[in-house]
Design a protein around this ligand. Structure first.
Ligand SMILES: Nc1nc2c(ncn2[C@@H]2O[C@H](COP(=O)(O)OP(=O)(O)O)[C@@H](O)[C@H]2O)c(=O)[nH]1
Ligand SMILES: [Mg+2]
Length: 321
């Protein structure tokens, strides 16, 4: 059994049951089943046209830079499988781009996706909030994915990039939230998507991957949509990522602090060696005395006065300070 801290309570329970004298056979069975659950790798399929922000969304949700983000629409359109390792958990992400983009290719995709769909534990279909129509998505979705949704396959229609919904200039950059007018339009968009795709409103989640908006709601919906035995696994994966994010931030701060420390050392080394420690009182006295002897001589010669007179003068001047 894992020594993973969050599974500790289960371990304790198992130990307790062992001590109660339960048969090794039943203990084994429990252990095997729990291990299978814990080590389960959920498969998440992410559908949506190129550029809607599938990769950005996965990165925002599962952290790490697992998926490449393309500012320019990429032409690689094969499904991409990414095995995420988060803590000691694993999750398989399958990027399924291009659906509905091209009639010729759609046939090819349809075959491929038909095979893939039954294996998926969770399906995301990603739309772009500022798209006016979803006609190309619609047909493909209805034919291929909708039957699964109706059969209870965990599914979420994600409207991404809602920061671009009109009036997009009213997006509150500081707080990362929409204005009330934008929020009204976001709600309208959700209702439009509900009608267009024949879904339940609770299957539709508006988010902005770039602005990290709506992610909490999305996680709520994911956990809610998943079957009982997968909820905790998904929660751990998402939570572990958050822990890792903080750890990464701490590591970054540590590296910066170390860099600063090295810089301080470097500066300290370039400071010229302190003179003070090298000069004896005797040497200082000798030099000072020689200096004043020289000055005295100059004054004696110029003023035609005795050494004593000049010393008196100097003493007078200094006593006035
Ligand atoms: N404004 C805005 N841009 C986004 C958002 N999500 C993704 N993008 C941008 O959309 C482009 C395509 O994103 P990408 O994740 O590569 O899309 P994919 O092709 O569906 O994987 C990139 O330039 C992203 O920065 C979002 O929530 N808001
Ligand atoms: Mg992508």
């Amino acid at each position: 059994m894992h020594s993973y801290s969050r599974e500790k309570p289960v371990e304790l329970l198992l130990d307790f049951v062992k001590n109660q004298g339960e048969s090794p056979k039943s203990i084994n069975e429990i252990e095997e089943r729990i291990n299978k659950l814990i080590n389960y790798e959920p498969k998440v399929g992410v559908f949506g046209k190129t550029g809607v922000g599938k990769s950005s969304l996965c990165n925002a949700l599962f952290g790490k830079d697992v998926c490449e983000i393309d500012d320019i629409a990429a032409c690689t359109r094969e499904p991409k499988e990414v095995l995420l390792s988060i803590g000691n958990k694993k999750l398989k992400l399958i990027d399924l781009p291009g659906a509905g983009e091209n009639k010729e290719r759609d046939k090819e995709y349809a075959e491929l996706y038909k095979k893939l769909l039954p294996e998926l534990d969770l399906i995301f279909w990603v739309l772009k909030g500022d798209d006016r129509a979803f006609t190309s998505d619609q047909e493909f979705f209805k034919k291929l994915v909708h039957p699964y949704c109706e059969n209870g396959k965990p599914f979420l229609m994600i409207i991404n990039q809602v920061d671009k919904i009109e009036p997009y200039k009213e997006w509150d950059d500081k707080k990362g939230i929409p204005s009330s007018k934008q929020l009204d339009n976001i709600k309208k968009k959700c209702e439009e998507v509900e009608r267009t795709f024949n879904l339940e409103l609770e299957q539709i989640v508006p988010v902005s991957a770039n602005e990290q908006y709506g992610l909490k709601e999305l996680v709520d919906r994911i956990i809610h949509a998943l079957p009982r035995e997968q909820k905790k696994i998904m929660l751990d994966i998402i939570e572990e990522d958050e822990v890792e994010k903080y750890k990464a931030e701490a590591e970054k701060a540590k590296a910066e602090a170390e860099k600063a420390k090295a810089k301080i050392e470097e500066i300290l080394h370039t400071i010229p060696p302190q003179r003070k420690g090298k000069i004896s009182d005797e040497a200082r006295e000798e030099a000072e005395k020689a200096w004043w002897d020289t000055i005295t001589e100059i004054f004696m010669a110029a003023l035609g006065k005795s050494k004593e007179k000049i010393h008196e003068l100097i003493a007078q001047v200094f006593s006035s300070f």
